[in-house]
Design a protein around this ligand. Structure first.
Ligand code: UDX
Length: 425
């Protein structure tokens, strides 16, 4: 068997750690390098700092092949393919902040043996500009499409692998492609700007799908249709497909809001006004706030009312709260004079101090105690398992539920005497 190529991972955040652990699982020696010493120390003790199913097991199982380090020289000495996985957060203008990418490039030197393999999401055009500044070194674009909560599964069973490279870097791209051979996924070999655009356009399209179904939901509420039925009927059309048609209280997370904004901004920088994405963003912002109106419809003024928020994370199976709807809602509720108690099985501790004075409850029942309304923000399975007809109903002051994800069993809640407000039904 040919020897497996050792690889470097620069930036051991969520994407970097998943990438490192999965390549180690595929049999590669991996040097995973980060500048944050405490992070490297705890990873060296095999402590995984994020909630991601299957990841701790991978890190432990591949202990011998995973080398966590702060030392760039050590990484460069062992690995030729350097997967750059640093953050590219949005700036105030909506452009991506590339300062961490730049810092890494500054440390890499100009050896023609090494190639940057860009996993971080960067603006279209970034790769070519880096190549112009670093002639003679390799550059490959290899965007990630991992979903939080199923990242390990997504890495091992990708819908596609996208690899962008040009000219002399093609030989590095061949080596990157070989890494993915065991995964048996379709590979899209293309130029660098197209690879960069595939990433942004995919996320923008999925966000568009969500904002679209959310608007169908809002209109359905007025016209007597049920959006879950509508989505079921639409989704059977193969051209549409059933996924990402769940109406709710808006998309969040570290990717969709940032990438949609970045693509809109990138277009704007060229003088093109991306009308559709402008609306996608606006619809999402309004969607997060519509819950307030639903509560007011039943409770009148929210001043002095107690509201339980079930879920803080931007979606289940993660403790990530970036751009989570819970943050917007708690702020709006506080602004209306309501007192808010939140519960999340894993993410609440991350939100401490970010929830506009909301109290963090120890359990869902604790959050619901004395509440005038419950708002389901994140579809954690345990919220469906609650004894709504019994323990919950006894504790709540008013049996009102706003189900922000159409997740709870509406019929049994109504039968138990709850007032139920879903999204688009
Ligand atoms: C997303 C992309 O799916 C992934 O390919 C990319 O690499 C990173 O961004 P992630 O942010 O982990 O992944 O979350 P995802 O599962 O895609 O959900 C994003 C948001 O959309 C969540 O807030 C979710 O609640 C919302 N959503 C999703 C809906 O409101 N309705 C849907 O039908 C699907």
């Amino acid at each position: 068997m040919a020897e497996k190529e050792p690889i470097g991972v620069i930036g051991v955040g969520w994407v970097g750690l998943v990438t490192a652990a999965c390549f180690a699982e595929l049999g590669h020696e991996v040097w995973a390098r980060d500048i944050v010493e405490e992070k490297i120390e705890s990873l060296s003790r095999r402590e995984v700092p994020i909630h991601e199913p299957g990841l701790p097991e991978l890190v432990t199982r591949n202990e011998a092949r995973l080398h966590f380090t702060t030392d760039m020289a050590e990484t460069l000495a062992h690995a030729r393919l350097l997967f750059v996985c640093v953050d590219t957060p949005p700036t105030y203008s909506g452009d991506a902040d590339l300062s961490r990418v730049e810092a890494v490039l500054g440390e890499l030197g100009d050896s023609s043996d090494h190639a940057v393999v860009m996993k971080s999401t960067v603006p279209v055009g970034t790769g070519r500009s880096i190549q112009r500044r670093r002639p003679g070194t390799g550059y490959v674009s290899n965007p990630e499409f991992l979903k939080e909560g199923s990242a390990v599964e997504d890495f091992m069973h990708p819908d596609r692998v996208v690899i962008g490279a040009e000219d002399a870097s093609e030989q590095f791209a061949d080596r990157v492609q070989a890494l993915y051979d065991p995964l048996d996924a379709p590979v899209v070999r293309t130029d660098v700007p197209s690879a960069e655009m595939i990433k942004l356009a995919s996320n923008a399209f999925l966000a568009t799908k969500i904002s679209f179904i959310n608007e169908i939901a809002n209109v359905s509420e007025e016209l007597g249709a049920d959006v879950t039925e509508v989505a079921r009927g639409m989704g059977l059309d193969e051209r549409i497909g059933p996924r990402f048609l769940q109406a709710g209280i808006g998309y969040g997370g570290s990717c969709f809001p940032k990438d949609v904004q970045a693509l809109k901004q990138l277009a704007g920088n060229t003088g093109y006004h991306f009308q559709l994405l402008t609306s996608v963003i606006e619809v999402n912002e309004l969607q997060k706030r519509r819950t307030i109106g639903k509560l007011q419809k039943h409770l009148g003024s929210l001043a002095g009312k107690q509201v339980a928020l079930l879920g803080v994370a931007f979606k289940p199976n993660t403790d990530d709260i970036r751009e989570a709807t819970s943050l917007v809602l708690s702020g709006r509720l506080a602004g209306e004079g309501a007192s808010v108690r939140v519960y999340d099985p894993v993410a609440a501790r991350r939100a401490d101090g970010l929830l506009a004075g909301a109290q963090i409850a120890e359990s869902a029942l604790d959050a619901l105690d004395g509440a005038d309304a419950a708002v389901l923000v994140t579809e954690w399975p345990e919220f469906r398992e609650l004894d709504w007809a019994g323990a919950v109903k006894e504790r709540m002051r008013t049996p009102l539920v706003v189900d922000g994800r159409n997740f709870l069993d509406r019929a049994s809640l109504v039968a138990a005497g709850f007032t139920y407000e879903g999204i688009g039904r």
